[in-house]
Design a protein around this ligand. Structure first.
Ligand code: SF4
Length: 354
């Protein structure tokens, strides 16, 4: 291996510490949490992702469901609304709910009941759906414009969503969802996306109809994603698609200030049906499980969690992040400019550079 390759993702070297700095729990928390609270994609900066069912029959080629099947073992498969109520009672911080996680949320027939409960609490919620699963849930999702953001994950022309079930209902569900937002007079919360070069032709015809009528806007409502995340090395290759990791493996991963998650995933753990929280929705291997939200307050779990990972996270040693293209030297993260100086100084001290 040439010296230039020594710091590639997956084989990152841990910087040696010049001085040993003993951090108190709250200092570690301050470093760990500030790494993930500099903003990000979410509206409030904190989201809890919900997995309603472990295992997804849509089985997209870019989703490591095989890995999930092996990982889940005997864990409870289906999120019970009574358990979900316990989780909501323990969610003691401002936090949105994101219905996505490791599988299609509409697989659960209880989605309307659970999402209605979230709504009654005034928490914002977003959903990413393939419109597959329980008939009642799909209809409810498509007819109720309650989502701060609804992403319709739709088929590409290469059949990469190989388990997607489509019939006449499917196409009319897409239309119903679009019409729901048009009637509401607010179409910006609606996104239609596919992974690939093109939408499947019958789906594209529907989208094009609304684009031609100027009730949808290409820039605002449509997204073609020609590359996919490796899901922390859960997927190695997908025909015709670029895996983001391929490109980043070429980079120089040296760092002077440590590592960060450029997806801000530390703000967005995933609840699975048995109440466990996993660090990141890209980790289908459940390598970051910590705490049980049916039993304990979120703030307690999070504090303990961040304290336990802060050091490894900062120095580039946290599993599963070490397998992930989004774990980058802090200098390579453009949002670093927003990080406050005292955090940078603390981090540099922590890593032994000051
Ligand atoms: S696995 Fe990747 S996306 Fe997930 S927290 Fe780690 S660096 Fe971020």
């Amino acid at each position: 291996m040439s010296p230039n390759n020594q710091n590639l993702i997956g084989t990152k070297q841990v910087p040696s510490l010049k001085y040993k700095i003993n951090l108190t729990g709250s200092e570690a928390l301050s470093i760990g949490s500030s790494l993930s609270e500099r903003g990000g994609d979410s509206v409030l900066g904190n989201e809890l992702e919900i997995t309603t069912i472990l295992g997804c029959p849509v089985n997209c080629n870019y989703c490591p469901q095989d890995q999930l099947r092996q990982t889940k073992g005997k864990r409870k498969n289906k999120l019970d609304p009574k358990d979900f109520e316990k989780a909501l009672n323990n969610l003691d911080i401002p936090c949105g709910i994101s219905w996505t996680g490791y599988s299609e949320p509409c697989l659960s027939k209880d989605l309307p009941e659970m999402a209605s409960r979230v709504r009654s609490l005034g928490r914002y919620q977003v959903i990413s759906t393939t419109l597959n699963g329980s008939r009642d849930s799909i209809e409810w999702v498509s007819k109720n414009p309650i989502w701060s953001l609804i992403v319709l994950h739709l088929p590409d022309d290469k059949n990469n969503m190989k388990g997607l079930y489509t019939n006449d209902n499917y196409l009319s569900d897409i239309k119903t969802t679009i019409e729901t937002y048009i009637k509401r007079g607010l179409t910006w919360p609606l996104r239609m996306m596919t992974f690939g070069d093109r939408f499947r032709e019958d789906v594209w015809e529907i989208i094009k109809y609304y684009l031609d009528k100027d009730v949808l806007n290409y820039e605002e409502n449509i997204k073609l994603s020609k590359e996919v995340s490796s899901r922390a090395e859960g997927i190695k290759e997908v025909e015709g698609m670029k895996i983001i990791k391929d490109e980043l493996d070429q980079g120089n991963m040296k760092t002077s200030l440590g590592f960060t998650c450029n997806k801000r995933k530390l703000n967005q753990p995933v609840l699975i049906p048995d109440g466990s929280l996993n660090l990141c929705s890209f980790d289908y291997g459940f390598r970051g499980i910590h705490g049980n939200l049916f039993e304990r307050k979120f703030s307690e779990i999070r504090k303990e969690w961040i304290e336990s990972i802060a050091k490894d996270y900062s120095i580039g040693n946290l599993n599963p992040c070490t397998q992930c293209e989004h774990y980058v030297p802090i200098e390579k993260d453009p949002s670093i400019q927003r990080e406050n100086t005292s955090t940078l100084i603390k981090r540099a001290m922590y890593l032994g550079y000051l």
